[in-house]
Every structure is written in structure tokens, then in C-alpha cells.
Design a protein around this ligand. Structure first.
Ligand code: ACO
Length: 444
């Protein structure tokens, strides 16, 4: 194992930058100002309520730092994303997904032997427990793959109950549990696809991570899937680009659920459920559905743009906008290029790509999008690559989950090692009725 860097989210990793004065009810209070390694500053209000009886109100956590983390850095204004300090562009170009997963989970890039050992651990843990197949057999054919994925991941705690929590397991046990998840999620995803098309399950083989997934998805007992390097590279890249994104909805969910000290599998299951929503990871499915709608109903692209701008119309331009990025999402830029490469190599054209490009072109020059700083996000072009590979639309969010898994695990691990460790428990401002008497039913 490589020399470990300090990965825990500890107050010790923060620089002290003086104090912020807050005046409340005529009294002055001082709170520490802290700074991270990239110069981001925060007022540490941990003791605000204790000192003066107030809490802060920040619905949707738009301005709240929920943890101290050394995993992923984003500068949304500049369009920068780095894992453990390494720019996403370098990882997408040069690294493999497995290497990236190791980097996120262990904090450093693996040396050759470490990477070999990690790959072997993934291969050794790629099969799912045979008894789990009874679950698959009982599922309806049209079950949503995200429902299957979340249920199956949670059920890993039934079949592999030994890992209860970070503190109750030693490092070797935890490494196996993490490898189990990273490896088996692929198998579960591919089996759910086979179930939906009524084909026999294809067991994992001794291929590399992405090749193995494609094999389980598309090989049949009568025909082996023909692996090709462009598709494998594109898949690797997509998974790397999705591997972590600091405190987004699903990652915060993993941390919050995990902070009750529930087991790793249950925490990851919660993250998968959070990812499913169309405002988060489910957007990649919604993008393709919108593009299909435009194509099949011959909706002029300009008219569609007017529809998503109309405040009386609830629809949005899916795959556009981001809570953190106020610039082009760096992941979308890379995916857009890869999209062209994959379609070119497979000698395919996709009318949805033309529609997406036209939408982007119009939106980027439209005042509504310019004023609100809305740009394509990671989901805008990813679905077009998945379609070209043959992955059905309702599995796009599953692909996102496979990619995001190492990030969730790294964040779960970091959260457990954080100092101080606290269960996640926000407060609220109550606006319901003040005290009132119970009225018996006969008198209501
Ligand atoms: N289409 C049209 N208008 C939009 C869009 C969009 N995609 N996104 C934001 N807006 C508008 C809002 O209507 C709002 O306008 P207003 O100020 O006139 O009321 C303004 O831009 C700000 O939007 P918010 O919803 O306040 O921004 P927030 O940061 O809370 O939401 C979100 C971010 C949820 C991603 C939003 O941009 C959105 O719904 N996008 C479409 C769904 C999507 O692509 N999600 C994937 C995000 S990436 C990921 O999770 C992996």
C-alpha cells in the first residue's frame, strides 16, 4: 500500500484567518474564519447557537459547508474540477477508472503492484452471491434499473453482513467491502439489463473493468460481444468524469445516512436513491427523453428554448445549469469531444446529437441563459454516447451510479475519520401552529 496522505476531514487541516464579528441584539460575537488549501474561506459558526441562541437559515444548503474534505476540489466560476488535486482533464485523458477509484478511496495514485492487487481484488469480488439470483428471478421485467440497483446494493448487507461500520471493521475487511461494491455494482447493473431483455445472465470474466461490464451486458451464450478500444476508452472516461463531485445531493446523502453509523451498503443505497431524481443523476435520462420529444414531434429547437424559459411552464432544459458551475462544466466539454469520437468510430450518426448541439448553440447566445450562467452540465452529452454503445435510456442513471461509487465510498470513509465526528442533524425554523389543545373527534 502506498504511503498514506492525511485524508480525514479534520479541523487540523484548516488555516485560521482571524475572526468574523456578528452583532445580534446589540451584542458582538466573534467567530473564527477558516481557510482551506485553495483559499476558500468560511465563517465557522459551529458555536453560534451556544453563544447567542441563533441558528443560520440556508434552505437547500446553498451556502453551507457541511464538512471539511480533502477529496475533490471544484471552482464553479472557473470551471475547474480536481480529484485529490489532479485536474479532471489529465485523469480523463491518461488514467483508468480503476486507478481513479483507487486514488479517490486511498488518497494517492497506486504504484504498479498496488494497482495489480486492487484489480485482482475487484476480479475476485465480481460475482454476486448465487442466492441473490432468486431476487432477480422474482422481479418484474419492466422494473426500473435504479430500483433494482438500490435494492440489490442494500441487500449486499444481507449476504455480506460482516462489515457493520468503519470502526467495527479492520482495514482489510473494509477494503474487501469496498472492492465488493465497486466490482459487484457492474454485475448487478448488467444482470438487471439481461433481466429486462429476457436473456440469460452472463457471468463476469477476467477482463478489465469496463470490458467486463460490456461483456456482461452484451455477450450472449451464442455470441461473444466484440470488444473495441474506442468504446472501452469512452466508457472509462465517462466513469472517471462521474467518479466524484464533492458535496452534491447524493454524496451528502451518503454522508448524512452514514453518519448514523449504519453499514456501508445501506449508506451507498441511500446515495443511489438520491441520484435517481431528475434534478440530479436522473437528468441524463431526461435529456434524451427531451431530445426524443423534440425529434418525434418535430418541435422547432427555438420554440423548445422558449418553452423552457417560460415561467408558466414547469419544464427545464435538462442537462443545463448546475448549483456549483457558473461556467461550462469541464466534464461536459470532455464528453462532447468523446461523443464525436465514438460516433465517428462506430460510423453512426445520431439526430439527437444534432438537436443537442443546436440547443446548446441557441442557449449559449440567449440572454436568459447568459444572465443565469446556465451552461451544459455532465448530463447533456453523456446519454448520446451511452445510446451509441447500446445502453438503454433507463440505465443511464445506473451508469452514473457505477461511476460515482468510488467517490461515495471515499466520502463515507473520510466522514468516519473526521474530527470531530458528529451525526448529521440540521435544525429548522418552525412556522407551524403555536400550542393548541387537542379536540376530541366528537367535538370537531
Ligand atoms: N432550464 C431553464 N431554466 C433553468 C435551468 C434549466 N435547466 N436551470 C436553472 N434555471 C433557471 C431557474 O428557473 C431560475 O430562474 P429564475 O432565477 O428566473 O427563477 C434560475 O435559473 C436559477 O435556478 P435554480 O433552480 O435556483 O438553480 P439551482 O442551483 O437551485 O439548481 C439545477 C441547479 C437543479 C441543476 C438546475 O439548474 C436544473 O434544474 N437543471 C436541469 C436539471 C439537470 O440538468 N440536473 C443535473 C445537474 S448535474 C448533476 O446533478 C449531475
Amino acid at each position: 500500500m502506498a504511503e498514506r496522505i492525511e485524508v480525514s476531514g479534520s479541523y487540523r487541516n484548516l488555516k485560521q484567518r482571524g475572526q468574523a464579528q456578528i452583532s445580534l441584539d446589540g451584542k458582538d460575537y466573534a467567530f473564527p474564519v477558516v481557510e482551506g488549501s485553495e483559499g476558500e474561506r468560511a465563517v465557522d459558526i459551529t458555536n453560534l447557537r451556544k453563544a447567542c441562541g441563533y441558528i443560520t437559515l440556508d434552505a437547500g444548503y446553498q451556502n453551507t459547508g457541511s464538512c471539511i474534505s480533502g477529496i475533490t476540489y471544484i471552482d464553479g466560476e472557473a470551471g475547474i474540477l480536481r480529484y485529490r488535486g489532479i485536474p479532471i482533464e489529465q485523469l480523463a485523458e491518461q488514467a483508468s477508472f480503476v486507478e481513479t477509484a483507487y486514488l479517490l478511496v486511498h488518497g494517492v495514485l497506486p504504484k504498479k503492484q498496488e494497482l495489480r492487487d486492487f484489480r485482482n481484488l475487484l476480479t475476485a469480488n465480481s460475482m454476486i452471491h448465487e442466492d441473490m439470483l432468486t431476487f432477480f428471478h422474482g422481479l418484474p421485467r419492466d422494473a426500473h434499473p435504479m430500483a433494482i440497483l438500490s435494492s440489490m446494493v442494500n441487500s449486499l448487507s444481507i449476504y455480506y453482513p460482516e462489515v457493520v461500520s468503519e470502526e467495527d471493521s479492520d482495514e482489510a475487511e473494509l477494503n474487501i467491502a469496498m472492492a465488493r461494491l465497486i466490482s459487484k455494482i457492474r454485475t448487478i447493473a448488467a444482470f438487471s439489463f439481461k433481466k429486462s431483455v429476457g436473456e440469460p445472465f452472463v457471468y463476469p470474466s477476467n477482463y478489465t473493468y469496463c470490458a467486463n461490464f460490456l461483456h456482461m451486458m452484451f455477450s450472449t451464450p451464442v455470441q461473444k460481444y466484440k470488444l473495441n478500444h474506442v468504446v472501452i476508452r469512452a466508457l472509462n472516461q465517462l466513469l472517471i468524469l462521474h467518479a466524484d463531485h464533492e458535496q452534491n445531493c447524493s454524496t451528502s446523502t451518503v454522508r448524512l445516512v452514514g453518519s448514523s453509523k449504519v453499514n456501508l451498503y445501506a449508506s451507498i443505497c441511500a446515495g443511489i436513491c438520491a441520484l435517481w431524481g431528475p434534478l440530479h443523476g436522473g437528468a441524463n435520462q431526461s435529456v434524451i427523453e427531451s431530445l426524443e420529444e423534440i425529434r418525434s414531434n418535430n418541435i422547432p429547437v427555438k420554440k423548445f428554448i422558449e418553452m423552457v424559459k417560460d415561467k408558466n411552464n414547469p419544464r427545464r432544459l435538462m442537462g443545463f445549469g448546475h448549483r456549483v458551475y457558473r461556467n461550462y462544466d469541464p466534464r461536459a466539454r470532455i464528453i462532447k469531444n468523446t461523443c464525436g469520437e465514438v460516433l465517428g468510430y462506430l460510423k453512426r450518426s445520431d439526430p439527437l446529437l444534432d438537436i443537442a448541439q443546436e440547443l446548446e448553440e441557441i442557449a449559449l447566445h440567449d440572454d436568459y441563459f447568459i444572465e443565469r450562467k446556465l451552461y451544459p452540465n455532465v448530463d447533456f452529452y453523456s446519454g448520446i454516447i451511452y445510446r451509441a454503445i447500446g445502453i438503454p435510456t433507463n440505465m443511464f442513471t445506473v451508469m452514473f451510479a457505477i461511476g460515482r461509487l468510488p467517490g461515495w465510498i471515499a466520502q463515507w470513509k473520510e466522514m468516519h475519520n473526521s474530527e470531530p465526528f458528529n451525526i448529521g442533524r440540521p435544525r429548522q425554523i418552525y412556522t407551524g401552529p403555536t400550542v393548541q389543545d387537542y379536540i376530541p373527534i366528537s367535538a370537531r
